[in-house]
Write a protein that binds this ligand. Structure first.
Ligand code: GLU
Length: 441
């Protein structure tokens, strides 16, 4: 089977961790199967959709390394929806209705007060030709509803949720087109899934009821419904995803120094039985991607955990992958020395300052003789071997100092800080002349 997946965001805002995760699931599944991953901009809402957001969505996906194979815009496909509506209308599967939002609201309240499910009562189906003529003469324009087949129980096997059953009596016939001719999400999405040969619809579980309805739409259009998989929602460790965390997007994560592969590694695996691992590329994630591994419980997203994963990934990044983001002059040796101390690549610049200097440190009086001795020893050392090993061994012998007493004053004088990268790696980078200068204070 030629697998086709699609990610269908509305360009009414930036992507956030929740829908980035959905995008990745679709991308991973397409890649795993050698299939096609589509970006389909759900921009039927002309007022809220913007070109700016459409472009940003494309850029964000590219940053993640999951650029789509093709991009479609629903706003360029209205003719298709129009034609589908006409066909469904001819088959008696869509009908006009005139109730206002208030009237519908009132109906719902009455139903609820009687302990009934708030399902649309299909009153519009009883309208006669005269009723239609009268309503239209009053200036009322109809909206359009899709007529669910009440005699056909809805069933599908969900890749994540397993067997799913819906009783169509408990669903309202969905409004698919508004009075002003604008389209709601439901029908265009199903029309496009058919037209684009989408084989797998992978999205959040907030769409489960939509799926039940869309399955009947596929069937009404004479198409075989695609396979569905609905992932459990993302929550934070404390529960519901906060507004801040929920709206967290690529810009903010970039700012935090998060590598795209860290985000991909995290979002590909949370909510599954597979471990989140500091992978170097998406290959193992693609390889291991299975819907069967997804749990039905909400997936926990935690920024601190992402930052920790990011650090693990940074510790393994080869120089070639970061060279263009490092300060001028910082070479491979320096990167490898400094890398284990970083949480983000940008932090490398801080450590590079230590190598380049100037470093200022005020030694305490009890260390000043010790540091003078250290400078003298350093001056005589062969810097090409292991200057840190040689320096500390000689000083230990000479002064009797050991442990912290031996190492800390040296580190402080040489770096201006109490902790940091391995001194053994740092010292060759600092160089002999500069090291001696710093030890002299
Ligand atoms: N625009 C819809 C959303 O972002 C698309 C849902 C779908 O994947 O069909 O929720």
């Amino acid at each position: 089977m030629n697998v086709v997946t699609r990610f269908a965001p509305s360009p009414t805002g930036r992507l956030h961790v929740g829908n980035i995760r959905t995008a990745l699931h679709n991308w991973l599944w397409a890649r795993k199967n050698g299939g096609t991953f589509l970006l389909r901009l759900d921009d039927t809402d002309r007022e809220r959709s913007t070109e700016e957001f459409a472009e940003r969505i494309g850029e964000d996906l590219a940053w993640l390394g999951s650029a789509p194979d093709a991009v479609y815009r629903q706003s360029e496909r209205f003719g298709l929806y129009e034609a589908a509506l006409e066909r469904l209308r001819a088959d008696g599967r869509v009908y006009p209705a005139y109730e206002t939002a208030q009237e519908l609201d009132l109906k719902r309240k009455i139903q609820l007060s009687r302990g009934k499910p708030p399902v649309y009562d299909r009153a519009a189906l009883d309208l006669t030709d005269e009723d239609h003529a009268r309503l239209q003469a009053e200036g009322r324009r109809p909206h359009w509803r899709f007529k669910l087949d009440h005699d056909k129980p809805i069933h599908w096997y969900d890749g994540i949720r397993g067997e799913q059953d819906f009783d169509p009596h408990l669903l309202s016939d969905p409004v698919i087109r508004r009075e002003d001719g604008s389209w709601l999400y439901m029908l265009p999405s199903a029309v496009d899934d058919v037209d684009m040969g989408v084989t797998h619809v992978v999205r959040g579980e907030d769409h489960v009821t939509n799926t039940a309805i869309q399955i009947q739409m596929f069937e009404a259009m004479g198409a075989v419904p695609p396979a569905f998989a609905h992932s459990a929602l993302l929550v934070s460790s404390e529960g519901k995803l906060s507004k801040r965390l929920g709206s967290l997007g690529v810009d903010a994560l970039k700012e935090e120094g998060i590598e795209p592969i860290a985000l991909v590694a995290k979002l590909a695996r949370i909510g599954t039985s597979q471990p989140v691992e500091p992978v170097a590329s998406a290959e193992p994630l693609i390889e291991g991607f299975h819907f069967e591994c997804f749990g039905r419980a909400p997936a926990r997203f935690d920024l601190e955990e992402l930052a920790a994963l990011n650090a693990q990934i940074v510790h393994r990044l080869p120089y070639s992958q970061v060279a263009d983001r490092l300060p001028d002059g910082m070479g491979e040796e320096a990167w490898e020395a400094i890398r284990p101390n970083l949480r983000t690549v940008t932090e490398a610049a801080d450590w590079w300052h230590i190598v380049e200097g100037p470093v200022t440190h005020q030694a305490s009086p009890e260390d000043s003789d010790f540091l003078t001795a250290a400078a003298e020893v350093a001056e005589e050392l062969d810097w090409s071997a292991n200057p840190w090993g040689a320096l500390t061994a000689a000083l230990k012998e000479q002064t009797g100092r050991a442990g912290k007493q031996l190492f800390l004053p040296l580190r402080q004088a040489l770096t201006g800080r109490d902790s940091g990268p391995e001194m053994a790696a740092l010292l060759p980078l600092i160089g002999k002349a500069e090291a001696v200068r710093r030890l002299r204070g």
